[in-house]
Design a protein around this ligand. Structure first.
Ligand SMILES: Nc1ncnc2c1ncn2[C@@H]1O[C@H](COP(=O)(O)OP(=O)(O)OP(=O)(O)O)[C@@H](O)[C@H]1O
Ligand SMILES: Nc1ccn([C@@H]2O[C@H](COP(=O)(O)O)[C@@H](O)[C@H]2O)c(=O)n1
Length: 286
């Protein structure tokens, strides 16, 4: 006999084996297995071929199944949202193609006010990142305390949290045209959203407003928001200048920014907004 007999422990079970000489013509190459950690087991002739075949065939089908489950989404001209938390659940559509406009501007520049007008006139769905975060706090989510503390400090919540909320809101909505208000707030938001969803905005609507006017509006907003106090407002302005403006500059360099003078009265601001949307809508209708 050219082999050493023994017992190999695998997942708590004991498997018999024989160690064969590599030169042995009686050892089919197919049944050699390489054990990297112990040269004594090299080559290893498994004396239980049905076990060997079953194990490797089942691995093959397992990997095939995993590959099918993690099929990537491909970016289209509109963008595709894959709801990773919903894969295989079947209750929500997956790989939904959507058109997105980012609505950016300083705190109190009038983003929410104008989004309401755009929804009414142009059939978009308004998703405010801030509103989604506030709703998440109210829902009693495990992230609630963290989000609440970040908002009180005027800080930007980790992208992973905000993107999940946006993705879910997009998936659950029947519309395919979205205004995403107050997002992306920093470079991390921007890059993460693009890589997770594959969505690039059609364009970015930027409400440009002087700080004194925004401060006046926020202090008069009276909606009971915990961050509408002078200390937090100042922190939010700082974050806007340091983290959000560079995102607007990034999109500007790609020719995607539509800048609106937001210091004017609401009606006049909306006239300027309409001029941005009307050609887009006409083009779609033609
Ligand atoms: N053009 C405007 N002129 C005067 N007041 C305005 C104008 N636009 C909005 N406002 C008022 O300013 C306040 C802030 O507006 P809004 O909530 O739309 O801003 P926002 O950019 O969405 O703010 P935030 O980023 O803090 O959510 C509101 O009370 C709103 O009624
Ligand atoms: N992408 C975002 C958007 C908002 N936040 C936090 O919410 C606060 C309020 O946002 P509004 O747009 O409603 O003004 C904001 O100051 C941030 O703390 C965020 O983290 N990420």
């Amino acid at each position: 006999m050219d082999a050493t007999c023994g017992v190999r422990k695998k997942k708590g079970r004991e498997l018999p084996f024989k160690i064969a000489s590599p030169n042995s013509s009686a050892t089919p190459y197919f049944f050699w297995a390489i054990n990297k950690s112990d040269a004594r087991y090299r080559p290893l002739r498994i004396t239980f071929p049905p076990y060997f075949c079953l194990r490797y065939f089942s691995s093959f089908f397992f990997y095939l199944q995993q590959f099918r489950k993690t099929k990537p989404s491909y970016q289209t001209s509109m963008g595709t949202v894959v709801d990773s938390s919903n894969q295989g659940a079947g209750s929500l559509p997956t790989n939904k193609k959507v058109s997105v406009i980012f609505v950016l501007g300083g705190p109190g520049s009038g983003k929410g006010t104008q989004c309401a007008n755009i929804v009414e006139n142009f059939g978009y769905t308004h998703l405010s990142a801030g509103d989604l975060l506030r709703a998440e706090i109210k829902s009693g989510s495990e992230n609630g305390t963290m989000i609440s503390n970040m908002i009180k400090e005027g800080k930007i919540v980790p992208s992973e949290v905000t993107i999940k909320l946006l993705q879910r809101a997009i998936q659950e909505n029947g519309n395919d045209k979205f205004l995403i208000d107050g997002f992306p707030r920093n470079e991390e938001n921007r890059a993460a959203f693009e890589s997770v969803t594959g969505i690039e905005p059609e364009f970015v609507l930027f409400f440009d407003c002087p700080e004194e006017e925004m401060e006046r509006r926020l202090l008069g907003r009276n909606q009971g928001r915990e961050d509408d106090n002078i200390d937090t407002i100042r922190k939010r302005f700082k974050v806007f200048l340091e983290s959000s403006l560079p995102v607007i500059e990034y999109y500007n360099s790609k020719g995607k920014v539509r800048k609106i003078d937001a210091a004017k009265p609401v009606g006049e601001v909306f006239e300027a907004v309409k001029a941005v949307f009307a050609p887009t809508v006409e083009k779609v209708a033609a």
